[in-house]
Design a protein around this ligand. Structure first.
Ligand code: OSB
Ligand code: MG
Length: 368
């Protein structure tokens, strides 16, 4: 297909509750959506970059700029564009995987809609529902944490991830274990610890956690491998895994016993599938990470999470865990599960009135 135009749209979506991590607090999602137009139809994609460059180097304002000035013009120049061809067409631009992922998602959506194929089917899904998990941010107190976790368990979530950082780790984990028993529990540090913090991290071994996610900085592969030899809790990598190549290195070096597969961090869903395939061959479990997505990105994540190697519940929650009104029909929890969309493309229809009501800017980029 040949693109006729690309729309870059910023939305302001208040979260139902602030999400606080060691990286900062998000109360309102500044979402960036792309809509491509082709002679065969339209396609939607979501760029999940956050407001600040604190998770990885990407941030929404920078992603918007690189899309507008460097990525979209390269796609518009392609006479015969395919979803598989998006990565290669954008490879000259270094980095910016979340921005690239948004464009690949939109091309996949348009291409698969034109052939009435679901993204889930296209990627190789083997289930039609996935187990939901929930990520709980830092709270001001232990009672507030217990109340928050209690509400999510009551809603049906069966796996809880707690954000931790130095000074907020053993006590919150102990409190949740004491109150809620053997609920599936894991912790995510977003790189907040130093390689010298092994003793403190070892104290978490007492709580039968499913894993500790990204204790050290993204480039500390060796420190993660060393830690993995010194603690019982499995080490999972998030920020460190940016491609199939880096996943291969992490797995081979013993730095990752588990991998958080987040397609936007890897430049797209096709690379994410390659990471899944590699991990599956290596016997490494994967799960699907989240970035407080709208229904557009959530639909794509659910399709990915339906692949056979996703044997652990991901950060995939119902729409109402994030937004009072989502821009697609809401994803709802049924007995702790979310349905994998099976309609053409992403399998969700964007609700134009909601999108219009929360739009803060729209920019059209056409061929000239
Ligand atoms: O580390 O997984 C992370 C959100 C933004 C940036 C990084 C992370 C997260 C989450 C959100 O944990 C989980 C979700 O979308 O439910
Ligand atoms: Mg993480």
């Amino acid at each position: 297909m040949r693109l006729s135009g690309v729309e870059l749209r910023r939305l302001r979506l208040p979260l139902v509750a602030p999400f606080r991590t060691g990286l900062g607090q998000t109360s309102v999602r500044d979402a960036l959506l792309v809509k491509i137009s082709t002679p065969d139809g339209e396609g939607w994609g979501e760029c999940t970059a956050m407001a600040e460059p604190t998770y990885t180097s990407e941030y929404v304002e920078g992603a918007h700029h690189v899309l507008r000035h460097h990525l979209v013009p390269r796609l518009l120049a392609q006479p015969h564009l395919t979803a598989e061809g998006v990565g290669p067409a954008l490879a000259a631009v270094k980095g910016h995987p979340m921005a690239k992922c948004a464009l690949e998602m939109a091309v996949l959506d348009a291409e698969l809609r034109a052939t009435a194929t679901s993204l889930a089917h296209h990627l190789g899904a083997v289930r039609d529902t996935v187990e939901a998990g929930v990520a709980v941010g830092l709270t001001a107190s232990l009672p507030e944490l217990l109340q928050t976790v209690g509400c999510f368990l009551e809603a049906g979530y069966r796996r809880v991830k707690l954000k931790v950082q130095p000074g907020w780790d053993v006590e919150p984990v102990r409190a949740v274990r004491e109150r809620f028993g053997d609920v599936a529990l894991h912790v995510d540090a977003n790189g907040a610890y130093r390689p010298g913090d092994t003793e403190q991290l070892r104290r978490l071994d007492a709580f039968s956690l499913m894993m500790i996610e990204q204790p050290f900085a993204a480039d500390e592969l060796t420190a993660h491998a060393d830690l993995a030899r010194q603690i019982r809790t499995p080490v999972c990598l998030d920020e460190s895994i940016t491609s199939a190549a880096s996943a291969g290195l992490a797995v081979a070096s013993g730095a990752a016993a588990i991998v958080n597969v987040k397609a936007p961090r890897m430049g797209g869903y096709l690379e994410a599938r390659r990471v899944h395939d590699l991990c599956r061959r290596a016997g490494v479990a994967v799960w699907c990470g989240g970035m407080l997505e709208t229904g557009v990105g959530r639909a794509a994540n659910l399709a990915l999470a339906a692949l056979p190697g996703f044997t652990l519940p991901g950060d995939l929650s119902a729409s109402d865990r994030y937004y009072r009104t989502d821009i697609t029909p809401p994803f709802v929890l049924h007995d702790g599960q979310l349905r994998v969309p099976d309609g053409p493309g992403l399998g969700v229809e964007v609700i134009d009135e909601v999108v219009e009501a929360c739009t803060t800017s729209v920019e059209h980029v056409g061929r000239d």
